[in-house]
Structure formats: C-alpha cells, structure tokens
Design a protein around this ligand. Structure first.
Ligand code: CP
Length: 302
C-alpha cells in the first residue's frame, strides 16, 4: 500500500505497520554502517512551529543517513513569512516546489491535515497542537514494544496529562488495531483522556479503564507509557508524586515490564530509574531514527 501523507495514526493498518517494521529492521543495519546514498537526490523540508529535540533532529538525521539533504527552520513562526501574515497553505504550496517531503510540527491540532490538503509532496505530521496527534512518535513507540514482545494481548498503562497528550492519543489509535489489548488511562480526573479516543476504543471493542491511582495499575501491566505531568496544572499541586516512577515504585512493577516515555521528561521519571533494564526510553528515542528512515523510504518507493 502506498502512503501519500502521514497525518494521523488511524491511517495505518496492521499489514502496513508490519511492512514499516520490517523496513525499520533493515534501516537499523543501514544506519549501523553509516548510511546509504540511495536517496541522494531527495530533499526534506522540516518546518517546525514548536520546539523539538528528538523529532526534528531524528528526521534530519534520517534524511542524512539516507543520503538526502534538508531544508530546515526550527522556529517557523519567526523565521518564515508567517510573520508577514502568510497562511500555512501558501507556505506549504511554496515548499512543495523545493522539497520532496515536508515534515511539519504545528501549533494547532489539524495543522498537518491542512498542510496535506494542499501539498503536492508528502506531508508528515511531526506533532500538531495540544490534543492533536504525533503519529511518527506512536510508530516508534509501537516498534520499541514490538522489538520486545507481541503486541496482541498486551496490557499498557498510559500515565500523565492525557488530555493534551498527542503521543498517547496516537499510540492508543495504533493499539486499537491489535487483538486483546488492555489499556489503562491513569491520570488526575481533570486531565483524563478525551472522549474521542474512548469512543474510538468502544467502536473497536478495545478494553480500557480510567484510573486516577497509578499504584493500583502499575503492578498489573506489561508496558508503562509515562508522559509529562506538570505540577502547576494539578488541582492538588503536591499530588504529582502519585504519578511519578522512582526506585520504590519500580519494586512494585512486573520484573519484565517495559517503561516508555516519549520524552522530554521532568518530574515524572526519577533519574534513578534510568539504570533499570526495564527503562527503554532512551532506546525508544533512538528507534525514532530508524523508524523515520523507513517511513521516508516508504513514502517515496514504489
Ligand atoms: N517526543 C518528542 O516529540 O520529542 P521532541 O518534542 O523533542 O521532538
């Protein structure tokens, strides 16, 4: 199946995910030998309206490892003609004449969809708005799990500010495609996962539960998907410790659990956790390079 744009996780079928993951395994080897020149005539435009470390750098590194070149702005709101009032659609039409793919991180949910609707080259959503999506993050998250164990039958806890969590939203959509997955959404009530995701899970007969107490859920799950929690957003500011993983919490978790986090982290994972073999978040970020290399080639090949 040919992908034209990557805007939301719902676009991916299980066979397409398996094709991407097989290609990602190849890209791990390509990157290990320094890269390839197979895509040396390709140009990627990275258009970021919000800050990024992992997504922008890994996309740009992916492009270089494929032999291609990069046009980039990391503060598009200041260093593009948006400052002069130019509309996103016009910016995309222009960049489509210069580049073979546009990777966009936008301030508004739906920004990437708007871009894709007018673009003559593939558009990749690198995160849009609060409560939008971040599909390539979800792809690398799922790949990280897939490298460790079967996804069918998995139990997973999403923890943190889930109402604004575009990574959690995108990963929930992907998980809904697999059999017998159990999802716990663990969050203060005021930050719980939004109804659109819950409705999607209902429609696809996916088991889920809403929880506010991480201690009840952590001993039960195969995967902990920790996300940001900002104390200043909590009604009870001192309660963020109830959603933090530290050395004590580790003792309550399964011995073979996987701990993921899209990063960046602040208070929600103590540094003492980093040395634990269950902590996969740095490997997860590294997998972003391989998944994004694979995704770029899938957009262009065929
Ligand atoms: N996970 C993620 O999107 O990180 P960045 O904001 O650094 O790209």
């Amino acid at each position: 199946m040919k992908l034209s744009h990557v805007v939301e996780s719902q676009q991916f079928t299980v066979p397409l995910l398996m094709e991407l993951f097989a290609r990602t395994r190849q890209m791990e080897k390509v990157a290990a030998r320094g890269g390839t020149l197979d895509y040396q005539n390709r140009i990627m435009a990275s258009l970021f309206y919000q800050p990024s470390t992992r997504t922008r750098f890994s996309f740009e590194a992916a492009m270089y490892r494929l032999g291609g070149r990069v046009l980039s702005t990391e503060q598009a709101g200041y260093f593009s003609s948006e400052v002069e009032g130019e509309q996103l659609e016009d910016t995309i039409r222009i960049l489509g004449g210069y580049a073979d793919v546009i990777v966009i991180r936008h301030t508004q949910a739906g920004g990437a969809k708007r871009a894709a609707e007018v673009s003559k080259v593939p558009v990749i959503n690198a995160g849009d708005g609060n409560g939008g999506q971040h599909p390539t993050q979800a792809l690398l998250d799922l790949y990280t799990i897939y490298r460790e164990r079967p996804i069918e039958g998995l139990s997973i806890a999403f923890i943190g500010e889930l109402d604004r969590g575009r990574t959690a939203r995108s990963l929930a959509y992907l998980l809904s495609k697999f059999e017998r997955v159990k999802i716990y959404f663990v969050s203060p009530t005021e930050m719980q996962m939004k109804p659109d995701i819950l409705e999607h899970l209902d429609e696809h007969d996916v088991w889920y539960a809403l929880e506010s107490d991480a201690a009840k859920v952590l001993p039960e799950v195969d995967v902990v998907y920790q996300t940001r929690i900002r104390p200043e957003r909590l009604t009870d500011r001192g309660s963020h410790g109830r959603y933090t993983i530290d050395a004590t919490v580790l003792t309550t978790m399964k011995r073979d659990a996987l701990i993921l986090h899209p990063l960046p982290r602040t208070v929600e994972i103590d540094k003492a956790v980093d040395a634990d073999p269950r902590a996969l978040y740095f490997r997860q970020a590294n997998n972003g390079l391989f998944v994004r290399m694979a995704l770029l080639t899938m957009l262009w090949d065929e």
